[in-house]
Ligand binder design. Structure first.
Ligand code: PLP
Length: 468
C-alpha cells in the first residue's frame, strides 16, 4: 500500500496550462533534441522534473511583495527587510543578497582559498566545485561511505565522514583552506546531514582553525529531516533547529531558488567577521551590483524575505517531503530502486539497477531520462557518468559513483495525480526495461557537456515508435 498522501496546505489561485503531446510526437521531439532533454522546448514537456531550482510556485504573499518592492539603488527598504529576516533566522551578523547560488560562491570562495590549497566537503555541488577550482584550489569530497549504497536505510546519508576528514586534514598539512557542509547533500540524493554530524565537523574545524562554510540551498528540508529523524531534536521547532545548525558554521552561501521559494536569488551569510564582511561587500559591488541589491531587483528581495519564512512552515515541509515519500512508496511496491530513504527535493532512481544491461559508458541515467519523456512527457535528468564527463587529462569517460535519473519535484507545483503519472511511467518502463537502449555521444562541447551534447541510441535496437 502506498503511504497516505499529505494534502496540500494551500489552495490554487492561478493556473498554468500544460499539454501532453502524443507518443509519436514525443518520440519525434526527443529525436530532434538529439536525445538530450536540455534541448527540448519546455512547452513540449508535460511534467517538468528537470530541477527544483527556481521552479517553485510563489505565494499570494510573495506576489504582493513584488508590488511592494523598493527599487531604490541604495538602501532600499526591501534590502533592510531581507537583512533583518536573514539575521533573525540564521543568527549571522551580515547577510548579502546576490543573484543566485553560484554568484555567492564566486564572491566568497576567492576570499577563503587560493592556489595550492584544498577545500573539503561532504559533497560539492557542481557549481560549488567549479568555484573552488576557479579560485585555484582543489575540491575533495568526504561523504560517509553508506551514501554509496542506494539500498542502505540510513537516516543521515548526507553526513560528512569525520574520520576521513581528520585524515584528509593530516594528509594536506597547512593546505586546507575551508570545509564546506552541503545541506541537504544534493549530489548524494537530497540526503540530510544530522546536527550531531555538523557539531562534530565544527569541532574538528575549530581544532584545526578552519572556517566551516554551509552550502545552504536546502536548509529547511534538512532541518525538517533532523526534527523527524534525530531523536534529540524531536521536540524542537524547525526554526530553532535551523538556528542551532547555523551556530556551528562561520559563513554560508545559499541558492535561494530552492528552499527560499523564489525563481531567482541567492545569499551569503557571515557570522561574525567584520573584515570578511567588508571583503564580501567589495566583491559583491564588483561582480553583482551595490550591496543593497546584489544583482536582484527590489521586488526580488521582497519575495525572498517572505520565501525564507514560508519555506520554514512545518505544515508545508510535511507536505513537501510527503510528496517525495508518497512517490517512493509506490515504487517500493514495484521493486523500482532509488536512493533510499527518499530525499528532500526529489527521488533519485537507481538507473543502473533498473537497466543492468546498459554499461556506464552508455549512460543508464540518460537512457531512463529519454524513456520517461517518450513514455509520459516527463522531463528528468541524468546524474551519473553522462553528467560527470571525461577525464580532463586523458579524455577517457569517467565512471560516476551513481547512475541516477533524478526526478526533482518543484515546490507547490504538482499534485498527487501528477505523482501517480510519474510512478505509472516508471512501472511501464520497468516492464520493458530489457528493450531500453544505451546511448552514444555524437557531439560534445569541451566543458559541462551534458547541457549541450548530442546522442544516439546504441546496443539493443530501439523499440522504435512505441505503440500508443
Ligand atoms: C543549486 C545549488 C547551487 C547553485 O545555485 P544556483 O542558484 O543554481 O547558482 C549550489 N549548491 C547547491 C547544493 C545547490 O543545490
Amino acid at each position: 500500500m502506498p503511504i497516505t498522501y499529505v494534502p496540500e496546505p494551500f489552495r490554487i489561485k492561478m493556473v498554468e496550462t500544460i499539454r501532453l503531446l502524443t507518443r509519436e510526437e514525443r518520440a519525434r521531439k526527443i529525436r530532434e533534441a538529439h536525445h538530450n532533454v536540455f534541448n527540448l522546448r519546455a512547452e513540449d514537456v508535460y511534467i517538468d522534473l528537470l530541477t527544483d531550482s527556481g521552479t517553485s510556485a510563489m505565494s499570494a504573499e510573495q506576489w504582493s511583495g513584488v508590488m511592494r518592492g523598493d527599487e531604490a539603488y541604495a538602501g532600499a527598504r526591501s534590502y533592510f527587510r531581507l537583512l533583518d529576516t536573514g539575521r533573525a533566522l540564521f543568527g549571522y551578523e551580515y547577510v548579502q543578497p546576490v543573484h543566485q547560488g553560484r554568484a555567492a560562491e564566486k564572491v566568497l570562495f576567492p576570499l577563503l582559498m587560493g592556489p595550492g590549497q584544498v577545500a573539503i566537503s561532504n559533497m560539492f555541488f557542481d557549481t560549488t566545485r567549479a568555484h573552488v577550482e576557479l579560485a585555484g584550489a582543489r575540491a575533495l569530497d568526504c561523504v560517509v561511505p553508506e551514501a554509496r549504497d542506494t539500498r542502505a536505510q540510513v537516516p543521515f546519508k548526507g553526513n560528512m565522514d569525520t574520520t576521513r576528514l581528520e585524515r584528509l586534514i593530516a594528509e594536506h598539512p597547512g593546505q586546507v583552506a575551508a570545509v564546506v557542509m552541503t545541506i541537504t547533500n544534493n549530489s548524494a540524493g537530497g540526503q540530510p546531514v544530522s546536527l550531531r554530524n555538523m557539531r562534530d565537523t565544527a569541532e574538528i574545524c575549530r581544532r584545526h582553525g578552519l572556517p566551516l562554510v554551509i552550502d545552504a540551498a536546502r536548509f529547511a528540508e534538512n532541518a525538517y529531516f533532523i526534527q523527524q529523524r534525530e531523536a534529540e531534536y524531536r521536540d524542537w521547532s524547525v526554526r530553532d533547529i535551523v538556528r542551532e545548525f547555523f551556530r556551528y558554521g562561520d559563513a554560508f552561501t545559499m541558492s535561494a531558488k530552492k528552499d527560499a521559494l523564489v525563481n531567482m536569488g541567492g545569499l551569503i551569510g557571515v557570522k561574525s567577521d567584520p573584515a570578511l564582511v567588508q571583503r564580501v561587500k567589495g566583491n559583491t559591488i564588483a561582480f553583482e551590483g551595490f550591496t543593497s541589491y546584489g544583482g536582484l531587483s527590489g521586488r526580488d528581495l521582497e519575495a525572498l524575505a517572505t520565501g525564507l519564512e514560508e519555506g520554514l512552515d512545518e505544515t508545508y515541509l510535511r507536505y513537501r517531503t510527503g510528496q517525495v515519500a508518497y512517490l517512493a512508496s509506490i515504487l517500493d511496491e514495484h521493486g523500482i530502486p532509488y536512493q533510499s530513504p527518499p530525499g528532500g527535493h526529489g527521488l533519485f532512481i537507481d538507473a543502473q539497477a533498473m537497466l543492468p544491461h546498459i554499461p556506464y559508458t552508455q549512460f543508464p541515467g540518460q537512457a531512463l531520462a529519454v524513456e520517461l519523456y517518450v513514455e509520459a512527457g516527463i522531463r528528468t535528468c541524468d546524474i551519473g557518468s553522462f553528467m560527470l564527463g571525461n577525464d580532463p587529462d586523458t579524455g577517457e569517460q569517467l565512471r560516476a559513483d551513481f547512475e541516477f535519473t533524478r526526478l526533482a519535484v518543484p515546490r507547490r507545483v504538482y499534485t498527487q495525480a501528477h505523482l501517480d503519472v510519474m510512478a505509472g511511467a516508471l512501472i511501464a518502463i520497468q516492464a520493458r526495461a530489457a528493450q531500453v537502449p544505451g546511448y552514444r555521444i555524437t557531439w560534445e562541447p569541451p566543458v559541462l557537456r551534458h547541457f549541450q551534447a548530442e546522442l544516439e541510441p546504441v546496443g539493443v535496437p530501439h523499440a522504435a515508435p512505441l505503440p500508443g
